[in-house]
Write a protein that binds this ligand. Sequence first.
Ligand SMILES: *[C@@H]1O[C@H](CO)[C@@H](O)[C@H](O)[C@H]1NC(C)=O
Ligand SMILES: *[C@@H]1O[C@H](CO)[C@@H](O)[C@H](O)[C@H]1NC(C)=O
Length: 142
Amino acid sequence: SSSHVTSQGNRVAFGASIGNVGNIGPFNTDITLVYKNVFSNTGSYNPGTGIFTAPVRGVYYFSFSGFNVSTRSMDLVLMKNGEHMIYATNHPAGNRHEPATNGMTLQLVVGDQVYVRLRQDTWIFDNGNNHSTFIGYLLFPL
Ligand SMILES: *[C@@H]1O[C@H](CO)[C@@H](O)[C@H](O)[C@H]1NC(C)=O
Ligand SMILES: *[C@@H]1O[C@H](CO)[C@@H](O)[C@H](O)[C@H]1NC(C)=O
Protein backbone atom coordinates (compact mmCIF):
# COMPACT_ATOMS: atom_id res chain seq x y z
CA SER A 1 0.00 0.00 0.00
CA SER A 2 1.05 3.62 -0.35
CA SER A 3 1.13 4.09 3.44
CA HIS A 4 3.70 1.29 3.57
CA VAL A 5 5.84 3.12 0.96
CA THR A 6 5.58 6.37 2.92
CA SER A 7 6.64 4.79 6.20
CA GLN A 8 9.66 3.21 4.46
CA GLY A 9 10.50 6.61 2.98
CA ASN A 10 10.45 8.25 6.40
CA ARG A 11 13.31 6.09 7.62
CA VAL A 12 16.39 7.82 6.27
CA ALA A 13 19.31 8.63 8.55
CA PHE A 14 23.05 8.30 8.81
CA GLY A 15 25.88 9.42 11.05
CA ALA A 16 29.60 8.88 10.58
CA SER A 17 32.99 10.15 11.66
CA ILE A 18 36.19 10.31 9.63
CA GLY A 19 37.71 7.94 12.17
CA ASN A 20 41.22 7.11 13.22
CA VAL A 21 43.17 8.48 10.25
CA GLY A 22 45.11 11.47 11.65
CA ASN A 23 45.59 14.53 9.46
CA ILE A 24 43.96 14.88 6.04
CA GLY A 25 45.43 17.57 3.82
CA PRO A 26 46.54 20.06 2.84
CA PHE A 27 45.99 19.32 -0.88
CA ASN A 28 46.22 21.68 -3.85
CA THR A 29 42.59 20.99 -4.78
CA ASP A 30 39.29 20.48 -2.97
CA ILE A 31 38.58 16.86 -1.99
CA THR A 32 35.45 15.02 -0.85
CA LEU A 33 35.84 13.85 2.74
CA VAL A 34 35.15 10.18 3.37
CA TYR A 35 33.59 9.60 6.78
CA LYS A 36 34.38 5.89 7.01
CA ASN A 37 33.41 5.21 10.60
CA VAL A 38 29.65 4.62 10.43
CA PHE A 39 27.53 4.93 13.58
CA SER A 40 24.20 4.45 11.79
CA ASN A 41 23.13 4.23 8.17
CA THR A 42 19.79 3.25 6.66
CA GLY A 43 21.66 2.73 3.40
CA SER A 44 21.68 6.06 1.54
CA TYR A 45 25.11 7.13 2.79
CA ASN A 46 28.10 5.53 1.05
CA PRO A 47 31.02 5.18 3.53
CA GLY A 48 33.34 4.36 0.61
CA THR A 49 32.81 7.72 -1.11
CA GLY A 50 31.40 10.02 1.62
CA ILE A 51 28.33 10.75 -0.53
CA PHE A 52 24.71 10.73 0.65
CA THR A 53 22.14 10.13 -2.13
CA ALA A 54 18.53 11.12 -1.40
CA PRO A 55 16.23 8.08 -1.74
CA VAL A 56 13.00 10.14 -1.54
CA ARG A 57 11.92 13.71 -2.26
CA GLY A 58 11.76 15.67 0.98
CA VAL A 59 13.30 18.08 3.44
CA TYR A 60 16.47 16.82 5.09
CA TYR A 61 18.75 18.05 7.83
CA PHE A 62 22.55 17.81 7.59
CA SER A 63 25.26 18.75 10.03
CA PHE A 64 29.02 18.45 9.90
CA SER A 65 31.92 19.28 12.14
CA GLY A 66 35.68 19.33 11.93
CA PHE A 67 38.57 19.70 14.29
CA ASN A 68 42.25 20.53 14.31
CA VAL A 69 45.04 22.60 15.70
CA SER A 70 44.53 25.98 14.10
CA THR A 71 48.07 26.65 12.93
CA ARG A 72 46.56 26.32 9.46
CA SER A 73 42.95 26.97 8.53
CA MET A 74 40.34 24.27 8.11
CA ASP A 75 37.72 25.05 5.52
CA LEU A 76 34.79 22.68 5.03
CA VAL A 77 31.87 23.09 2.65
CA LEU A 78 28.59 21.19 2.46
CA MET A 79 27.90 20.38 -1.19
CA LYS A 80 24.69 19.54 -3.04
CA ASN A 81 25.26 18.18 -6.56
CA GLY A 82 28.47 20.17 -7.01
CA GLU A 83 27.04 23.41 -5.60
CA HIS A 84 28.39 25.07 -2.44
CA MET A 85 25.72 25.29 0.28
CA ILE A 86 27.34 26.34 3.59
CA TYR A 87 30.80 26.57 5.13
CA ALA A 88 32.44 25.82 8.45
CA THR A 89 35.82 27.50 8.75
CA ASN A 90 38.62 27.89 11.26
CA HIS A 91 41.02 30.73 10.76
CA PRO A 92 44.70 30.06 11.41
CA ALA A 93 44.56 31.48 14.94
CA GLY A 94 47.63 29.83 16.44
CA ASN A 95 48.58 26.69 18.23
CA ARG A 96 45.29 25.68 19.81
CA HIS A 97 42.56 23.10 19.22
CA GLU A 98 39.49 24.43 17.51
CA PRO A 99 36.34 22.76 16.24
CA ALA A 100 34.01 24.23 13.65
CA THR A 101 30.49 23.12 12.88
CA ASN A 102 27.50 24.05 10.76
CA GLY A 103 24.19 22.58 9.69
CA MET A 104 21.30 23.26 7.33
CA THR A 105 17.96 21.96 6.11
CA LEU A 106 17.91 21.18 2.38
CA GLN A 107 15.05 20.31 0.08
CA LEU A 108 16.10 17.36 -2.07
CA VAL A 109 14.68 15.29 -4.88
CA VAL A 110 15.47 11.63 -5.48
CA GLY A 111 19.10 11.21 -6.52
CA ASP A 112 20.39 14.51 -5.16
CA GLN A 113 23.86 14.06 -3.69
CA VAL A 114 25.09 15.72 -0.51
CA TYR A 115 28.66 15.52 0.80
CA VAL A 116 31.37 17.53 2.55
CA ARG A 117 34.49 18.83 0.85
CA LEU A 118 37.77 19.93 2.37
CA ARG A 119 38.87 23.04 0.54
CA GLN A 120 42.32 23.35 -0.98
CA ASP A 121 45.29 24.26 1.22
CA THR A 122 43.40 23.46 4.43
CA TRP A 123 43.40 20.44 6.70
CA ILE A 124 41.26 18.40 9.03
CA PHE A 125 42.05 15.85 11.72
CA ASP A 126 40.33 12.91 13.30
CA ASN A 127 41.32 10.09 15.62
CA GLY A 128 39.60 7.41 17.68
CA ASN A 129 37.67 10.15 19.52
CA ASN A 130 35.46 10.93 16.50
CA HIS A 131 35.94 14.72 16.47
CA SER A 132 35.05 15.19 12.79
CA THR A 133 31.54 14.04 11.88
CA PHE A 134 28.84 14.19 9.19
CA ILE A 135 25.19 13.37 9.83
CA GLY A 136 21.94 13.65 7.93
CA TYR A 137 18.33 12.58 8.12
CA LEU A 138 14.98 13.04 6.45
CA LEU A 139 12.76 15.46 8.38
CA PHE A 140 9.70 14.78 6.21
CA PRO A 141 8.91 13.62 2.67
CA LEU A 142 7.24 15.95 0.15
C1 LIG B 1 45.56 18.14 14.46
O1 LIG B 1 45.27 17.88 15.81
C2 LIG B 1 45.94 16.72 16.32
C3 LIG B 1 45.47 16.50 17.73
O2 LIG B 1 45.95 17.48 18.59
C4 LIG B 1 47.45 16.88 16.22
O3 LIG B 1 48.09 15.70 16.64
C5 LIG B 1 47.80 17.14 14.77
O4 LIG B 1 49.18 17.38 14.63
C6 LIG B 1 47.02 18.34 14.26
N1 LIG B 1 47.28 18.51 12.88
C7 LIG B 1 47.79 19.62 12.44
C8 LIG B 1 47.96 19.59 10.96
O5 LIG B 1 48.05 20.57 13.14
C1 LIG C 1 34.48 6.33 17.86
O1 LIG C 1 33.60 5.59 17.06
C2 LIG C 1 33.79 4.19 17.12
C3 LIG C 1 32.83 3.52 16.17
O2 LIG C 1 31.52 3.96 16.36
C4 LIG C 1 33.61 3.68 18.55
O3 LIG C 1 33.88 2.31 18.59
C5 LIG C 1 34.55 4.44 19.46
O4 LIG C 1 34.33 4.04 20.80
C6 LIG C 1 34.34 5.92 19.32
N1 LIG C 1 35.31 6.62 20.16
C7 LIG C 1 34.97 7.27 21.25
C8 LIG C 1 36.09 7.90 22.01
O5 LIG C 1 33.83 7.36 21.66
